[in-house]
Write a protein of this length. Structure first.
Length: 116
């Protein structure tokens, strides 16, 4: 399964973006799916994760502003980002972790820049 993220761009502080991640195959093979981000010079950090049962968890820095969702019928992962801040600027990656061995699948990142 290949993952491809899209929807990034340049947005002003306080603005919003919706990221999408399209899978080339069934995402039902993923127990968990998540969004990570990596700012220049920093490590890649988990932003949000959603399980197949739809329970989700968020990093404290984005809780209340970001919403993660998945549509297994369409093999899509989404993230709505509201009230964006300059510190949200990063390359965002979608991830799928399989059942059982927990193998990680990564999509190519999409750049999000929050700046006035």
């Amino acid at each position: 399964v290949q993952l491809q993220a899209s929807g990034g761009g340049l947005v002003q502080p306080g603005g919003f973006l919706r990221l999408s991640c399209a899978a080339s195959g069934s995402i039902s093979s993923f127990a968990d799916m998540g969004w990570y981000r990596q700012a220049p010079g920093k490590q890649r950090d988990l932003v949000a994760v959603i399980a197949s049962g739809r329970s989700s968890q968020y990093a404290p820095s984005v809780k209340g502003r970001f919403t993660i969702s998945r549509d297994d019928a369409k093999n899509m992962l989404y993230r709505q980002m509201n009230n964006l801040k300059p510190e949200d600027t990063a390359v965002y990656y979608c991830n799928g972790k399989t059942w059982g061995y927990g193998l990680d699948y990564w999509g190519k990142g999409t750049q999000v820049t929050v700046s006035s």
